[in-house]
Design a protein around this ligand. Structure first.
Ligand SMILES: Nc1ncnc2c1ncn2[C@@H]1O[C@H](COP(=O)(O)OP(=O)(O)OP(=O)(O)O)[C@@H](O)[C@H]1O
Ligand SMILES: [Mg+2]
Length: 310
């Protein structure tokens, strides 16, 4: 959008104070004429250094993201860190109850280098269709009293903060899982309410969720083994997913699973209901697999093994 721009007077041609054109008008006729000659409505915005080139929506937010809010080292080679990079919005992948997942492309202009990423944007509570039970957050404290008061008052700042806290919680959970070798998308960065992570899918479509797949008992068994391994690994780390279901597992083109949607990850030891959450995760996902032909014994065997390690 073009904006009329009033350029500041440069001082090259001193403006003579002359008679006011109309009573009360602080500018003389000559000043009016001068400013009119400077007024323009057709400045080419492409030349504006503050706007990103190539029709992008914004400059890459990587440089503004503090190191603590960037993904674990070593960064995968597809992560673009160049300061001149730009982000293109390619559309909404999925609209969820508490966040929307967008597809973005981070690219270096004039270089043949770009990468697709998933950007999960948490809504403030005014727009969220979902309020998580306090059972999840019982072991998580808020130390700064200003933030604590804002959260309690549910002011605009408080709502923004709450959405940012969920984005941060999910980012931290993804980092922890990724570093423990649990199958999750690589967390690229978190910035306010926006979490950017590895995109699972291709140019045509995002990877299906487990619930979207056509299943045979053989395929169910092979996928269950991966789910079982990852639930066990997560339990070894001391955590339960907290909302594990066939909707929060995506399956890539190699039939490899990845857990998504982890903001509510539960510390099995610190949370008084930790074991309940872990048991419920195994129940929910186990029941889904049994309905697809998995032997119920496999689920009970997993439960016994997982409960023995925590
Ligand atoms: N990294 C990713 N790559 C590809 N698709 C993704 C990725 N992350 C999420 N999705 C897709 O977006 C959907 C919503 O993501 P997610 O479950 O994290 O958000 P949500 O707001 O909690 O959604 P819901 O309310 O449906 O649980 C997922 O079911 C999955 O299909
Ligand atoms: Mg989900």
């Amino acid at each position: 959008m073009t904006q009329p721009i009033i350029a500041p007077h440069t001082g090259d041609t001193p403006l003579k104070k002359t008679r006011r054109s109309t009573p009360g008008d602080p500018f003389s006729a000559a000043e009016h004429a001068h400013y009119e000659s400077l007024r323009t409505t057709d400045i080419a915005l492409e030349g504006d250094p503050d706007l990103p080139p190539d029709g992008a929506q914004r400059w890459s937010t990587w440089a503004d993201t503090p190191p603590m809010q960037r993904g674990p080292e070593p960064l995968p080679d597809w992560v673009i860190t160049a300061t001149g990079a730009v982000d293109h919005e390619l559309g909404v992948l999925k609209t969820g109850k508490e966040a929307d997942v967008h597809l973005i492309e981070r690219a270096i202009p004039h270089a043949n280098d770009s990468t697709l990423m998933a950007s999960k944007r948490y809504r403030t509570s005014d727009h969220s269709l979902f309020h998580r039970s306090n059972d999840y957050t019982v072991a998580r404290g808020v130390k700064k009293s200003r933030e604590k008061r804002a959260l309690e008052r549910k002011s605009r700042f408080g709502r923004e903060l709450a959405a940012g806290r969920w984005a941060n919680a999910e980012f931290a959970a993804l980092c922890l899982c990724y570093e423990e070798g649990i199958a999750v998308p690589y967390p690229v960065q978190v910035h306010g309410r926006e979490l950017i992570m590895e995109y699972i899918g291709d140019e045509r479509q995002c990877a299906p969720r487990l619930a979207d797949l056509a299943m045979t008992p053989e395929r169910a068994e092979a996928l269950w083994e991966q789910v079982d391994d990852n639930v066990e690994l997560l339990a070894h780390t001391g955590y339960a997913h907290g909302d594990l279901s066939a909707y929060n597992i995506v399956v890539d083109e190699n039939d490899d699973i990845l857990f998504v949607d982890l903001p509510q990850i539960v510390d099995v030891y610190a949370n008084p209901k930790g074991f309940e959450f872990l048991n419920r995760d195994i129940d929910n996902i186990g029941r889904w697999f049994i309905s697809k032909g998995l032997d119920p014994e496999a689920v009970e065997e997993c439960r016994a093994r997982v409960m023995a390690v925590v």
